[in-house]
Design a protein around this ligand. Structure first.
Ligand SMILES: Cc1ncc(C[n+]2csc(CCOP(=O)(O)OP(=O)(O)O)c2C)c(N)n1
Ligand SMILES: O=c1ccn([C@@H]2O[C@H](COP(=O)(O)O)[C@@H](O)[C@H]2O)c(=O)[nH]1
Length: 252
């Protein structure tokens, strides 16, 4: 099956994807935050993510910056922030389970919410998840495996100048990388085990080759040169196992 996706469509003012937004407990980049908040149809914070939303929206919190829900074990949200959003009647959902991260639980709730409200969401975008504690960064990637089993909706994770998403096995992915927001680098990381992979559109392509830690991992890759019309061709990727796609985002 072929699957076409434009990872950075979500950051374009002209982007067409309908977005579900999850804010994690990491510093928020104002530019990404505003680009996504305004177009999101569902907005959620995982625990301490609410502290960042609160700080970012000082002076205009009341009117247009209330999330649909905040979930988590609530060991990071401050009493002031919790009190503020509960008075504004945002849903505060306690997810106490200590075997899953607040991110995994927050995404699971978002899938429930999407079903319940019957809204169209094309992509779930997460802000945070790629910075701070290394165990949390690894947990972010693991969450993508959980969610992929639960839904067909693609989940992209954005922080700093990086984007990550997990490509499903058994499909030919066609990634459109011509939005103008792409930085030079990209990578394919076989996080869940070896991946038999073929690609096109990259400088270092793979031809039915095995990606595996200790064997070959495609980091510091980049795109094929622009064509005669100065356009960048899509990248195609087939893999027999879930494979992490990561790419740079221009930050200026
Ligand atoms: C084998 C195993 N290792 C570790 C844990 C602990 N654990 C896994 S997920 C989780 C919840 C983490 O919550 P989150 O809010 O995402 O992260 P925090 O900032 O609280 O560390 C915990 C405590 C466990 N339940 N099982
Ligand atoms: O260093 C970090 C810390 C946290 N995260 C993500 O945020 C959520 C919520 O974190 P809390 O600390 O419980 O508020 C967590 O599940 C992680 O996904 C992070 O990415 N980096």
């Amino acid at each position: 099956m072929d699957e076409e996706f434009t990872p950075l469509d979500c950051l374009l003012s002209t982007g067409t994807q309908k977005i579900g937004l999850v804010i994690l407990n990491q510093p928020l980049e104002p530019h990404f935050f505003h680009a996504l908040w305004n177009k999101a149809v569902i907005r959620a914070c995982a625990d301490g993510g609410a502290n960042h939303l609160y700080r970012m929206t000082e002076g205009q919190r009341e009117s247009s910056f209330l999330p649909d829900y905040i979930s988590g074990d609530f060991d990071s949200i401050t009493p002031e922030v919790k009190n503020f959003y509960s008075k504004k009647e945002c849903k505060l959902i306690l997810t106490a389970d200590q075997d899953l991260t607040d991110f995994t639980k927050c995404l699971t709730l978002m899938l429930d919410e999407i079903k319940e409200r019957r809204v169209q969401v094309d992509t779930i975008v997460t802000l945070g998840g790629l910075g701070g504690r290394l165990d949390q960064i690894m947990a972010t990637v693991e969450t993508l495996f959980h969610i992929q089993k639960m839904s067909e909706i693609p989940v992209v994770v954005i922080q700093g100048s990086s984007l990550a998403c997990l490509l499903r096995e058994g499909r030919k992915h066609r990634l459109c990388v011509n939005t103008g927001l792409e930085a030079e680098w990209c990578g394919l990381i076989p996080v869940g085990g070896s991946c038999l992979t073929s690609t096109s559109g990259l400088k270092w392509n793979l031809d039915n080759q095995v990606l595996e830690f200790g064997k070959l991992v495609s980091t510091s890759n980049t795109y094929e040169e622009l064509d005669t019309e100065n356009e960048r061709k899509p990248v195609t990727i087939s893999t027999d196992r879930p494979l992490l796609w990561t790419m740079g985002i221009k930050t200026e």
